[in-house]
Design a protein around this ligand. Structure first.
Ligand SMILES: *C/C=C(C)/C=C/C=C(C)/C=C/C1=C(C)CCCC1(C)C
Length: 240
């Protein structure tokens, strides 16, 4: 009884709770995007369906986590770091899978995908340690995380993935380029959020900003935007 009442109860949201607001809007945006990707999936050629499915899974996993994070913030007024990183450790590797899936037409190997996944796990695990277990040395963990991020960016911009994209040409090359820009510019939002929310020499620069607001903006841009690039690729190459 108590349990069901708890479930039905809605926490109050203050008019100036902009962090809570971005969690709430994030939740809705991720849900809407998931419905969009799932429902459009079957209207495309078979070879793109898995890519669109993965786009939908990324925003769906995020929607569920945003539901929890919104609640956590409303209940405790604290950053839901644990849920945040669980979300990322599931969705960022799926983004690496997207790179593999769109380059498969050009003969991408699974080893390229596993390398990207491995790097993304290092990036996220070290970031988690810096935000939670060893905050005094947040700069150090951020540095290792940043190095892994750099290698990911290098791999897709100039490494094996780039060569495959060039070989594929056309709509695939265009989509690959767009995804590369998301990783290079869109993902930079995250280390900024990290620096805003952890102690370190950089505190004076980003100290006034809120870590969760920055992460929430980053997620909306990167998860939904990434999916839309793949969607556009499917649309364009179906018109070929
Ligand atoms: C959907 C979620 C995405 C695309 C999350 C991406 C997260 C990052 C690119 C995080 C990167 C970080 C650094 C490069 C250094 C500081 C620690 C992190 C984990 C915030």
């Amino acid at each position: 009884m108590n349990l069901s009442l708890n479930f039905l109860s809605v926490a109050k949201m203050a008019a100036d709770d902009y962090v809570g607001f971005t969690f709430f809007v994030g939740c809705m945006a991720m849900m809407a995007a998931s419905v969009f990707f799932f429902l459009s999936m079957n209207s495309f050629d078979k070879k793109w369906r898995t890519s669109i499915l993965v786009s939908g899974l990324i925003t769906f996993i995020a929607a569920v986590h945003y539901f929890y994070m919104r609640d956590y913030w409303a209940s405790f007024g604290e950053s839901p770091t644990f849920f945040r990183y669980v979300d990322w450790i599931l969705t960022v590797p799926l983004m690496c899978v997207e790179f593999y899936l769109i380059l498969k037409v050009a003969g991408a190997k699974k080893s390229m995908m596993w390398r990207l996944i491995f790097l993304s796990v290092i990036m996220l695990v070290t970031g988690y340690i810096g935000e939670t277990l060893d905050r005094e040395n947040a700069w150090f963990w951020g540095l290792i995380s940043g190095a892994a991020y750099f290698v990911i960016a290098y791999d897709i911009w100039l490494g094996a993935a780039k060569k495959l994209a060039v070989a594929a040409g056309g709509a695939v090359l265009k989509a690959h380029k767009a995804l590369c820009w998301f990783v290079l510019v869109g993902w930079v939002i995250y280390p900024i959020g990290y620096m805003a929310g952890t102690p370190g020499w950089y505190e004076g620069i980003f100290g006034g900003m809120n870590l969760d607001v920055i992460y929430n903006i980053g997620d909306a841009i990167n998860k939904i935007g990434f999916g839309l690039v793949v969607y556009t690729l499917a649309v364009n190459s179906s018109n070929d």
